[in-house]
Design a protein around this ligand. Sequence first.
Ligand code: GLN
Length: 309
Amino acid sequence: MSCYKQEDLIKMVEEANRLTHKGKVADYIPALGEADPSTLAVAIYTGEQECMYAGNIEERFTLQSISKVLTLALALMDRGTDYVFQRVGMEPTGDPFNSISKLETSVPSKPLNPMINAGALAVTDMLVGNTVEDKLERLLKFIRQLTGNENISYNPVVAQSEFETADLNRSLCYFMRQHGVIESNIEMLINLYTKHCAIEMNCNDLAKLGYIIGNEGRDPNSDQTVIPLEIARIVKTFMVTCGMYNASGEFAIKVGIPAKSGVSGGILGSVPHGVGIGIYGPALDEKGNSIGGLRLLELLSKQYNLSIF
Ligand code: GLN
């Protein structure tokens, strides 16, 4: 789609960047606190050879909650929908991503959806493999296939920094184990979870991955199905209903693109049938979404008429 012009993207990044001073980088994971809040970059992939981009496209960042989309896809491929949805629900929460409150009040006692931390931890627990290393390697292999980048790996410093400070996530796990939602050793689960949250890539990689999710799971280069159609559809729907935490409703109205954000400041966008978007802007708003990234998506959606609604 030749309608995407580099000079337009550069202008939009400049405009959105005016907001970044109002945001704050996440520092509850100490290693994330070192990010430069003035960074803002975007890549757009339309299935052709190269991405269009603006901003510092080389910069790599950790996926954080964006990885929830990928663990969900793999768990659904590993276990099937019945198994997964017996243990995690399909409803938005309206609460912050790390909230524990609904775990106590939902009947049956299971996390409301796989895009909040409780749900994602339960999903991580479902991945098939004998050891943490095995499971992580399978996930990395899947992500390398989706991005076409063999060098994708995780950032051990960020993973360790989260592992040492993940008491809230540990408490979600203890609660869920008591209620039979998860089964594993909790330290091993937190080990795997913090590593997959620390999987690193740049905006180009993210845009390519977003394209495949939007393209019903098909890789345009190999013409192979990397994610089965039904699973790509489930994942995309969660991105619409829960992808931007408790800002998903407003985001659906203002932007209307299936998307998933992470506290590193990354946002993955998957416009059905044709556009993958990767954004990195670590300055976050009060709900934990990239403040510049949100504005940029709003501008992109308007300019190119990308809302699915
Ligand atoms: N690793 C982060 C956590 O569990 C991911 C959260 C996020 O990106 N919203 O807190």
